[in-house]
Design a binder for this molecule. Structure first.
Ligand SMILES: O=C(O)CCC(=O)C(=O)O
Length: 265
């Protein structure tokens, strides 16, 4: 299975429309991949709090339309990162979109853990409630967004829901890059799953971004890691490694604390 993570440079020198056009072209260029992943809130930037309300889109807005078409044109599964979603009957949400290779919406995931403590996303957006997994022919994706990476219980719940490949789209800041790398590896090792973590490059709203998108295998080995700038990180994965690792080192079967055991394969 070939995955391409597109680590987009998000900065204020480029208009949202220009970036959407550029990203659409980049996705189309990934024809031949099985899965393409984009970062969190790449239209506005994850720290551009003032723009969340002004640039929020209905679920099926311009970014949805562009990404659905790009997925269909390229014939790839596309985790299109997230958008600030305007729910006509509720608050804004930080919503990730996943499209099938025919351009159909396969899943929408509203970020559960909002970042900012008492400001920013934590007060400007509503919290999602639902876990999201997506069945691909080769693997089952577990979907998470940025700050979610700090909450191992979410990933364990995704394992219980059948996830084998955790896809994390993010706008992670440079000053906590060490946490990003460490947590991506930890989530892979503890869940014996692939982790595909795609962040942004550049600086927006005065916050330099970490870049360093990373792909970790179920044994915790780093298969690929991006640098700081805009980059397409392409990697070939063997999805059978998940079952093999869980079989050879069956730590998930030793869970206690009253949690449901993982389904046996
Ligand atoms: O947890 C962190 O350090 C960064 C989280 C974040 O930037 C986000 O969720 O948007």
């Amino acid at each position: 299975m070939r995955a391409s993570l597109i680590q987009i440079d998000v900065n204020e020198n480029e208009s949202l429309e220009a970036r959407r056009r550029r990203v659409t072209a980049l996705v189309r260029e990934q024809a031949g991949a099985d899965l393409v992943v984009l970062p969190e809130l790449w239209t506005t930037g994850a720290f551009a709090y003032e723009e969340f309300a002004t640039e929020a889109e209905p679920l099926e807005g311009p970014t949805f339309e562009a990404m659905a078409k790009a997925a269909g044109d390229a014939g790839v599964w596309l985790h299109a990162g997230s958008i600030p979603e305007r729910d006509p009957e509720g608050p804004l949400y930080n919503t990730a979109l996943v499209f099938s290779p025919t351009g159909e919406l396969a899943a929408a995931y509203r970020k559960i853990h909002r970042f900012g403590f008492d400001k920013g996303e934590a007060v400007l957006m509503g919290a999602g409630q639902d876990l999201v997994t997506v069945r691909l022919p080769e693997t089952t994706l577990g979907v998470a967004t940025c700050y979610d990476l700090r909450f191992p219980e979410l990933f364990r719940a995704l394992v219980d829901a059948g996830a084998e490949t955790m896809v994390v789209s993010a706008g992670w800041p440079e000053r906590r890059r060490a946490h990003w790398t460490l947590l991506a590896k930890a989530r892979a090792v503890e869940n014996q799953a692939f982790v595909l973590a795609c962040g942004t490059a550049g600086t927006h709203a005065g916050v330099p971004q970490a870049g360093h998108s990373i792909v970790v295998d179920p044994w915790g080995e780093v298969l690929a890691e991006a640098g700081a700038g805009e980059q397409v990180l392409t990697v070939d994965l063997d999805p059978a490694r998940v079952a093999a690792t869980r079989e050879q080192f069956p730590a998930l079967k030793d869970r206690l604390l009253g949690l449901a055991p993982p389904a046996r394969r």
